[in-house]
Every structure is written in structure tokens, then in C-alpha cells.
Design a protein around this ligand. Structure first.
Ligand code: UD1
Ligand code: CA
Length: 461
């Protein structure tokens, strides 16, 4: 039996006050909708997904279609947003008569695969609702119980003062037997404050027809946290990040302050790694063993892969946009490594150095105030302070090749395409426009003149 998922994503998200549809707002670097799609994707059984869209439906559908998923996403357009119940009604013709449908609100993004599995199991022949007891239930639908059984949900706007005191709330998620859904859903009415067809009225309908309503409590509060505005988005972001940092701590990673940690992508981390405060990890980041990352570093970027080898030391305020940093390199402080860079073992890239699309071989040093772009640098070469590879003539990019053990004196410009071969030395302050052969010394700068008895300027009266 194929499990059906119905994702509600048609709402305008007015409270976000944004031109971007709510379900595409990023949480931990990924659209809200993406979290749900990827969680569903991880469930180990066959499924099919119906995506209810309305506001900016093209954008929402395009995003869903762009994801690499093991199941098909069937977009269903809800022309008018007449409520969550009305939204699910749009999916009814697409549902089989047997099996279970799981209804999810795309603005409640962090439900876990485990919770979804339990929800499906507990729906049995009827329905199971995911609920949660929270400190401040404002804004959520409240669960009405009689003799312990859930008999209805009352929305905040329709609730009496007494009902508003109830702290058990509706998370919005439920698993419903398809036959039950097909029989109850057409019976929804819109006689409430908002004149909407509330999905939540399904509970009272089920109760009236003597169908059992099962409930399940969420394990982790953030799984049930909904996002209606930017404050809730920020608060869920912090909950997500704290949870992520705690998982790293449990794995043995030293996260100096789990409240000042952000991962907007995925991370694998080896043993004995230390991460100081205010670092941001983006995209796909793989960190080896014994790596130390000082404060205020940005490691990785979205849609890119970054690999940090064993024993690498990254000093404060460094940015590594992507690439491969092999074992025992030392980066920063204030270094910027741009995409398509490969640093071999024990390379040093120091302060105010930018490296772009370059390969630097083992043991080479680029310690201060330098731009290395479209270059290959040989092993153990030493690049002096203020060296610039002039890779761009305004039209084309050209390559600079520096051989093993070469020494580039400070404040030199290497005008590409150009090659400084193995063991060659470039005198400080040179502008190199022609190749330098193995072991040659190249000096290309104005000759120094020392002048005696020169007319010193005197103060004008
Ligand atoms: C809803 C629940 C509330 C629950 C809360 C949990 C109802 C009536 N209320 O309230 O009990 O505590 O979620 O977060 O269900 N949508 C559509 N089409 C529509 C209306 C909404 O697709 O016609 C989508 C929205 O895009 C959103 C989701 O359904 O993703 C929920 O709608 P929203 O308006 O945010 O409901 P809440 O007021 O949060
Ligand atoms: Ca909501």
C-alpha cells in the first residue's frame, strides 16, 4: 500500500510580510517545504505526495520539482484558500480508497521521520492526531478532551476564555485512513469566526460518528513548532541550531558555545574537533579529525562541497567558500579561500590572503596580504607579502604557474600568463611579465639611486 502525503502550502503567509512565499522561506539554509520533502524522502516505504499550492504556485512547484526525490510530487492548485479543510478536499480525487494519508502543514517543517512513522502506525482504521503540550499555546488550535479522549479542536479565534487556558495544542499533523477521510471531509462546514473550512473539525466529526481519535505526543517540541511570522522563524531557527549543536556535542565535538553555532547544510565531523563561537557552516562540509576552527569563521557555501583534512587549523575570521583543504594546513586569521581551490598538506595561508581557483602544493606558504587567482603553486614555495597574481586583463583570465621551492619577493606582481619555475627567485617589488627559468633570479623594478646634496624643499613664507 502506498502511503499518501498531503502537504498544505497554498497560504499567502501574510504574517511573514515578504514577497517570498512562506513555505520557501529558509530555515537553516533550506526552504521550509524542503525540510518536509527531504524527511518524507527518508522514510523507508513507498509513498506518493500531493502538494496543495495557491499563492505563487509556480515558484512553490518549481522548487519541489527541483528536489531529487524518490517519490513523485503531484501539484494540486487550490485557487481560493478557503481553509485547511478545503485544501485537503482538493486532494480527495487523487487519493486511493484504501491505505493512509498523512496531512502535513508546510509551515510546520521539522517533524521527524520517526514521528511520522509512529503517526501512520497509530492511525489504524481511523485517524491519529499529533498534539503537544506547550507553555504558551497562543495561536494554536486547542485539543478538547472528554474522559481523556480527544473529541474536538477549537481554534484560538473561536475559543472561549476557558478553552484558551488549554495547553494541549494541535500541531496540524495527522494520519487518516483514506476511507475515513473520504467520508468525513465533505461534511466540513465553515460556520466559524474565519468562515473557513477547518481541517481541525474532522476530529469532532469523527467523534460524532463514534470513530476513535488517537493522539500522539511529539518527542521534541521543535517538531511541532509552526512558522507564521519572522519571529517564529527566528525562534525555530535557534531551536534547530541548538539541537544540531547538541548532536555534535554528543558525538564528541567540542562546540564551545552551542547557542552560538550555525549549520545551514550538512556536516560530518571527525574526532577531537573544536569549534569556537559564531562559526557558520554552509552546504556540504566534511571535517576530518583533530581540526580546530577558531571563532567567527564561515566554512562552506550552499550547493558546494568543502573538505577539511585532519589536523587543519583555521584561525579566526576566516572564510572558506568551498574546496579541499588537506591535512595540517594552517589558514587565517582573516583568510578567504574561494571556490575550486585545493590546498595540499601543510600549506599555510595567512592573514588578508585571498585564494581563488588555485592549487597550492604541500608545504607552500602564502602568509600575508596576497591575491592568488588561477594559479598553481609548487611545493614548499614561499610567496612574499603583497604578491598579486594579475590574472585578469579586463577580458580574459590567465594562469600563473609557480614551481617547487620558488621564492617570490614581497610586493611583486606576476602578470599572467606567466611561469616562475622551480627554485627561481623573484626580487621584491618586481613586476614579472616574462617566464623565469629554473633557479634564475628575476628582478624587474626601477633601479635605486642615492643622491647627495639634493635641493630639499623649504617652507613657503
Ligand atoms: C493551523 C491549525 C491549528 C494548528 C496550527 C499548527 C487549522 C484550522 N488550524 O492554524 O489548529 O494549531 O495550524 O501550526 O487547521 N493552507 C492552505 N490552504 C488554505 C489554508 C491554509 O494550503 O486554504 C496552508 C497554509 O499555507 C499553511 C497551512 O495550511 O501551510 C496552515 O495554515 P495556517 O493559516 O498557517 O494555519 P494556522 O492559523 O497556523
Ligand atoms: Ca501556521
Amino acid at each position: 500500500m502506498i502511503t499518501q502525503f498531503i502537504l498544505l502550502a497554498a497560504g499567502a503567509g501574510t504574517r511573514m510580510r515578504s514577497n517570498m512565499p512562506k513555505v520557501l522561506q529558509p530555515l537553516a539554509g533550506k526552504p521550509l517545504l524542503g525540510h518536509l520533502l527531504h524527511t518524507i524522502n527518508n522514510l523507508p516505504f513507498e509513498k506518493s505526495c500531493h502538494l496543495i499550492t495557491g499563492h505563487q504556485s509556480e515558484r512553490v512547484e518549481a522548487y519541489a520539482n527541483d528536489q531529487a526525490l524518490s517519490f513523485s510530487v503531484n501539484p494540486i492548485y487550490q485557487a481560493e484558500q478557503l481553509g485547511t479543510g478545503h485544501a485537503v478536499q482538493q486532494a480527495l480525487p487523487s487519493l486511493p480508497d484504501e491505505g493512509v494519508s498523512v496531512i502535513l502543514y508546510a509551515d510546520v517543517p521539522l517533524v521527524s521521520a520517526k514521528t511520522l512513522s509512529r503517526l501512520i502506525e497509530d492511525a489504524k482504521d481511523s485517524l491519529c492526531l499529533l498534539t503537544q503540550v506547550i507553555e504558551n499555546p497562543t495561536g494554536y488550535g486547542r485539543i478538547i478532551r472528554e474522559k481523556g479522549h480527544a473529541v474536538g479542536i477549537i481554534e484560538e479565534k473561536d475559543a472561549t476564555d476557558d478553552q484558551r487556558m488549554i495547553r494541549e495544542v494541535n500541531t496540524g499533523m495527522m494520519a487518516v485512513n483514506n476511507a475515513v477521510l473520504k467520508s468525513l471531509l465533505p461534511k466540513l462546514q465553515n460556520n466559524n469566526q474565519q468562515q473557513e473550512y477547518y481541517l481541525t473539525d474532522l476530529i469532532a466529526l469523527a467523534h460524532r460518528e463514534a470513530l476513535p481519535v488517537y493522539t500522539l505526543d511529539v518527542d521534541n517540541p521543535m517538531e511541532a513548532q509552526g512558522v507564521n511570522d519572522k519571529r517564529q522563524l527566528a525562534s525555530l531557527e535557534r531551536a534547530y541550531q541548538l539541537n544540531f549543536a547538541n548532536q555534535l556535542l554528543m558525538q564528541g565535538v567540542t562546540v564551545i558555545d552551542p547557542e552560538r553555532f550555525d549549520c545551514r547544510g550538512t556536516m560530518t565531523v571527525g574526532r577531537d574537533v573544536s569549534i569556537d563561537v559564531n562559526c557558520i557552516f554552509e552546504g556540504e562540509v566534511a571535517i576530518g579529525e583533530g581540526v580546530s576552527i577558531a571563532s567567527h569563521c564561515v566554512i562552506g557555501s550552499s550547493n558546494h562541497k568543502t573538505v577539511i583534512g585532519d589536523g587543519v587549523e583555521i584561525k579566526p575570521y576566516s572564510i572558506i567558500e568551498s574546496g579541499v583543504i588537506e591535512a595540517n594546513c594552517v589558514i587565517g586569521p582573516f583568510a578567504r579561500i574561494r571556490p575550486n581551490t585545493h590546498l595540499h598538506e601543510k600549506v599555510k595561508v595567512g592573514n588578508f590572503v585571498e585564494v581563488k581557483k588555485s592549487e597550492i602544493h604541500a608545504g607552500a606558504k602564502v602568509n600575508h596580504l596576497t591575491y592568488i587567482g588561477d594559479a598553481t603553486i609548487g611545493s614548499n614555495a614561499n610567496i612574499g607579502a603583497g604578491t598579486i597574481t594579475c590574472n585578469y586583463d579586463g577580458v580574459n583570465k590567465s594562469k600563473t604557474v609557480i614551481g617547487d621551492n620558488a621564492f617570490i619577493g614581497s610586493n611583486s606582481s606576476l602578470v599572467a600568463p606567466v611561469e616562475v619555475k622551480s627554485g627561481a627567485v623573484v626580487g621584491a617589488g618586481s613586476t614579472i611579465t616574462r617566464n623565469v627559468e629554473d633557479d634564475q633570479l628575476a628582478i624587474a623594478r626601477g633601479k635605486q639611486r642615492n643622491i647627495d646634496n639634493w635641493p630639499k624643499p623649504s617652507k613657503k613664507s
